[in-house]
Ligand binder design. Structure first.
Ligand SMILES: Nc1nc2c(ncn2[C@@H]2O[C@H](COP(=O)(O)OP(=O)(O)OP(=O)(O)O)[C@@H](O)[C@H]2O)c(=O)[nH]1
Length: 308
């Protein structure tokens, strides 16, 4: 996909988010003089738009400093939001990088249906395009369908896959996959895991076990633990980050389904609250619909300001 069509996809995907922000801000600009009550209302509108209390405060402070008692236009307000969002996203916008360990092990985790399997396929394709060899491990041993789905992706992409039986030991499978990837000199091994709710302790224990087992072969492994978040879950995603980070030491995030959500502002709240790298975002179901993002573009797409 060309750079232009990706940007079209990004801005198109985030339209619902920026429109919701616009709805929440309706009537708060265009006043002859910005007063304290309007500032309160703007702060509230930004929180309701999922951008988080810290971002709401930043925007409020900027407006209080620069526009108090002056006219506030929609363009100015959206410009300030875009500016502040960009500042928060810039330090966290970090693509996944190959770390010279062979294999570089990426453990992919998240709640059911967050988009893990699709994300793995999309990441594998991007690494292939960068000339890296990739192997997949079907560590979601809870669902036969998940093993089947990942196998289909592996075939389509032409990458090897290590898969076991439904109900098998996920940690054992991950161990076996690292052994095979090492023997074959594979650059990147991406390990799928079963979807789990953050309040199911036995599943969370299993995740901790997978981590431990991987670490036995190489103390630095897994080199990345990527939590896949579904943007449509809104604030619940923040609690997922908290719990998964405790259990599995999440090293970075991928946010999917930004195209189907009016709650994309959550990405900003997550960035500000946790400071974890956000490796990529998903704006559709196709294989090319996942990419690292440019913070300036992303900020303007969320704030709904025009793009050049
Ligand atoms: N619109 C949209 N759909 C997506 C995106 N990413 C994934 N999906 C869809 O979300 C659904 C769930 O994705 P999966 O990859 O199967 O999710 P999973 O987390 O592996 O699911 P479990 O195996 O149930 O844990 C699929 O229909 C995907 O096509 C995205 O960025 N945008």
């Amino acid at each position: 996909m060309s750079e232009k069509s990706w940007r079209d996809r990004l801005f198109g995907g985030l339209k619902r988010t920026s429109e919701k922000l616009g709805d929440n801000l309706t009537g708060l600009f265009g006043k002859a003089a910005l007063d304290a009550q309007t500032l309160d209302e703007i702060e509230e509108a930004l929180i309701v738009s999922d951008l988080g209390p810290a971002m709401a405060m930043r925007v409020r402070d900027r407006l209080a400093e620069g526009r108090f008692n002056k006219e506030l236009t929609e363009e100015y307000l959206r410009g300030v939001i875009a500016d502040e969002v960009e500042k928060v996203l810039t330090p966290v916008a970090k693509p996944l990088q190959f770390k010279a360990a062979r294999p570089h092990v990426i453990l992919v985790i998240g709640v059911n249906g967050s988009g893990k399997t699709t994300t793995i396929a999309k990441l594998a394709k991007r690494f292939q395009e960068q000339g890296r060899s990739v192997m997949l491990a079907a560590g979601d041993t809870f669902r036969a369908a998940a093993i089947g789905q990942l196998t289909i992706w592996a075939e389509r992409l032409g990458v090897p896959i290590v898969a076991g039986k439904e109900g098998g030991d996920a940690a054992g499978l991950a161990f076996e996959a690292v052994k095979q990837a090492t023997e074959k000199g594979i650059d990147i091994l991406i390990v799928d895991t079963a979807g789990r709710l953050q309040n199911r302790t036995e599943l969370m224990d299993e995740l901790a076990k997978i981590r431990r087992v991987l670490g036995r072969l190489d103390p630095a492994s897994p080199h990345d633990v990527v939590l896949v978040l579904d943007a449509t879950t809104g604030q619940n995603a923040l609690s997922q980050i908290e719990v998964f980070t405790q259990v599995a030491q999440v090293t970075g995030l991928v946010m999917t389904k930004l195209d189907g959500s009016a709650r994309g502002g959550m990405l900003v709240a997550a960035a500000e609250k946790f400071g974890l790298p956000i490796h990529a975002i998903g704006v559709g179901e196709k294989i090319d619909d996942l990419r690292p993002f440019d913070p300036a573009d992303m900020a303007r797409a969320i704030a709904g300001t025009a793009y050049a």
